[in-house]
Design a binder for this molecule. Structure first.
Ligand SMILES: [Fe+2]
Length: 263
């Protein structure tokens, strides 16, 4: 059995994140024999949302499926794009009638891979229940493929871990996004679901979760709103490489990844 290899890329933040991704993706694809690339793009446009032009650029650069989260609606022009391009997901548990889709099934070589995007509710907007929505989506996705990757976009570590356990044995991987700091807890759960609490940041290294550090410090010092901008300088790609048995959908490996671009 040749494992199916999926690269999950942590939240791409602003121009530094885009630059790092484009620099490393072709090399990573061949070096690690990647079959499919899933990337969270909700912070790609200067930290706030993603534009149609940037989304098209990611697909051209070799991203296969784009996931998102709470920042997906920041750029109004994305509304016209997301209703036509199902390779850009928004969290599935937004109320019914929300533009776009929360899951997709794509081809990776000879295999089909399902990608499901969910969003947490702890310290975040109170949208529909991500656990109940996962049940509903999986009922449908599992009729098409047993290889399923879930991006759980959430603030709370506990909610992401709970989702990992809730879906253990039913999906190939649950990867967390949104907090922009890579966690060191990657593992394969007993039901052969690969798990990590957060993929990390694809963006500026010398920053406060992507933002120019002086701007972030000012906001904490004064409590006053100010304009956040992406930090400049050194950038890195972060994420995980997951290997999956395509017959069963069970994960056989998960490794953290980080590649630094000099500033
Ligand atoms: Fe987010």
């Amino acid at each position: 059995m040749k494992a199916l290899t999926i690269l999950c890329v942590g939240d791409i933040f602003g121009e530094p994140g885009r630059r790092a991704l484009v620099a490393f993706l072709p090399r990573l694809r061949s070096e690690l024999q990647i079959d499919l690339v899933v990337a969270n793009v909700e912070n790609a446009a200067a930290g706030f949302g993603v534009t149609p032009q940037l989304a098209r650029g990611f697909l051209e650069a070799g991203v296969d499926v784009m996931t998102s989260g709470n920042h997906i609606w920041d750029r109004k022009e994305i509304l016209g794009y997301i209703v036509k391009e199902n390779l850009l997901l928004r969290p599935a548990n937004y109320p019914s009638g929300t533009p776009g889709v929360g899951s997709v099934v794509v081809k990776a070589g000879a295999h089909q891979v399902g990608v499901l995007n969910l969003q947490g509710r702890t310290f975040m907007a109170s949208i529909d229940c991500p656990f109940a929505k996962a049940d509903e989506e999986l009922e449908r996705l599992r009729t098409e493929t047993s290889v399923i990757v879930v991006d759980m976009h959430a603030e709370a570590t506990s909610e992401k871990q709970a989702m990992g356990w809730y879906l253990d044995g039913r999906v190939s991987a649950v990867v967390g996004t949104h907090s922009h700091v890579q966690t060191a807890d990657e593992r394969i759960l007993p039901g052969r679901t690969a798990y990590i609490t957060d993929l990390g940041l694809t963006g500026p290294v010398d920053s406060v979760i992507g933002v120019e550090k002086d701007l972030a410090i000012q906001r904490f010092l004064t409590g006053m709103p100010n304009r956040f901008e992406p930090a400049k300088g050194r950038a890195a790609v972060q994420g995980v490489v997951i290997r999956i048995d395509p017959e069963t959908g069970g994960a056989v490996g998960i490794e953290r990844l980080r590649r630094d671009l000099p500033g």
